[in-house]
Write a protein that binds this ligand. Structure first.
Ligand SMILES: *[C@@H]1O[C@H](CO)[C@@H](O)[C@H](O)[C@H]1NC(C)=O
Ligand SMILES: *[C@@H]1O[C@H](CO)[C@@H](O)[C@H](O)[C@H]1NC(C)=O
Ligand SMILES: *[C@@H]1O[C@H](CO)[C@@H](O)[C@H](O)[C@H]1NC(C)=O
Length: 352
């Protein structure tokens, strides 16, 4: 009996600490977000595995951008899911900042891992190009020869460097032989691919009064909004997987294969999951659902943000709210705009 109890205790510990990327709480610790105000104490960052701790100590100047990356990914997640039943709420006062909703291997977990890993890659790359750290900067891998009428110039963002940091840091704990780790690894990479796949050239004209006699171009990351949009599409089309166990020399290893043979296998850009999502209609501490009671819904939408679907068929309340909007704006030479405030009535619908 004792070994079995011990086994369950270990599982519970693993459940509580091991599988949750607690380092994401970097995003809400104000003490980590600015290197300028305070030195970062790596040992005081909760939830770092040894590899991450080593990374933090060796590259402490990168850590503010890692924290920034998690922060922008939470903002983007909340933007992408703003009208949905699960709206990417973070919980205060817990190191598991998304709550238990990420315990299951759902589409939501897939999205959060992908966007967080993309956020870290993005923010690190950006801050390197801005000259924030000594060990990185602009990319000198100017891929390919210049095209007709332009030459390489300016600072090409080093997307490979940001991707490498994200691979080191965000994937550091995903080396377990279980299915969830395989899923997280896959989705983390899909997040980074969403950046690399949308990198583009930005150009600037030089010459008399913008004549574009000389044009210089550099490689730039997409806006992070475009990364969020792409990953949201991947969420909608995520691939459901089945878990397979194999006996290998190092022991049991779980791998994923597509659950439905008639669908094409996911590429490395696709998101994968293997647990069904809860419907998020009612509050449930176990699944991390907050329910949708009191949520604002859109009475004229037939989509998921519409009152029917968002309120799960419970119906909704309607009221009018008076708000003050900017209006009658006047442009003054030169250069500012002054506005008045006008009261306006809004119809507000909230879920019962
Ligand atoms: C939640 O966290 C924010 C930012 O860290 C803080 O300003 C706020 O007071 C917290 N709210 C509660 C209810 O703890
Ligand atoms: C997200 O959902 C939570 C819980 O239902 C709610 O408190 C919060 O206001 C929602 N956020 C937005 C932006 O709708
Ligand atoms: C509500 O839904 C309609 C129809 O989809 C859309 O045109 C409108 O912009 C939505 N309103 C808000 C506030 O999102």
């Amino acid at each position: 009996m004792a070994p079995l109890g011990y086994f369950f205790l270990l599982c519970a510990l693993e459940q509580a600490l091991g599988s949750y990327p607690i380092w994401w709480s970097l995003a809400i610790g104000p003490q980590y977000s600015s290197l300028a105000t305070q030195p970062i104490l790596c040992a005081s960052i909760p939830g770092l595995v040894p590899k991450q701790l080593r990374f933090c100590r060796n590259y402490v100047e990168i850590m503010p951008s890692v924290a920034e990356g998690v922060k922008i990914s939470i903002q983007e997640c909340q933007h992408q899911f703003r009208g949905r039943r699960w709206n990417c709420t973070t919980v205060n006062g817990s190191l598991a900042i998304f709550g238990p909703v990420l315990d299951k291997a759902t589409r939501e977990s897939a999205f959060v891992h992908a966007i967080a890993s993309a956020g870290v890659a993005f923010a690190v790359t950006r801050s390197c190009a801005e000259g924030a750290a000594a060990i990185c900067g602009c990319s000198n891998r100017h891929q390919g020869s210049p095209g007709e009428g332009w030459k390489w110039g300016g600072c090409s963002e080093d997307i490979e460097f940001g991707g490498m940091v994200s691979r080191e840091f965000a994937d550091a704990r995903e080396n377990r032989p279980d299915a969830r780790s395989a899923m997280n690894r896959h989705n983390n990479e899909a997040g980074r691919q969403a950046i690399a796949g949308q990198a583009r050239l930005k150009c600037k004209c030089h010459g008399l009064s913008g004549s574009c006699e000389v044009k210089t171009c550099w490689r730039a990351q997409p806006d992070f909004r475009a990364v969020g949009d792409a990953l949201k599409d991947k969420y909608d089309s995520a691939s459901e997987m089945a878990v397979e166990r194999h006996r290998e020399a190092r022991g049991w290893v779980e791998t994923l294969r597509p659950r439905h043979a008639r669908f094409k296998a996911p590429t490395e850009r696709d998101l994968v999951y293997f647990d069904a999502s809860p419907d998020f209609c009612e509050p449930d501490a176990r699944t991390g659902s907050f329910g949708t009671r009191g949520r604002a819904c859109n009475a004229s939408s037939a989509g998921i943000d519409g009152c029917d679907l968002l309120c799960c068929g419970r119906g909704h309340d309607a009221r009018t709210e008076r708000r003050r909007d900017k209006c009658r704006c006047v442009f003054h030479w030169c250069c500012y705009v002054s506005c008045q405030e006008c009261p306006r009535l809004y119809d507000v619908h909230t879920c019962k």
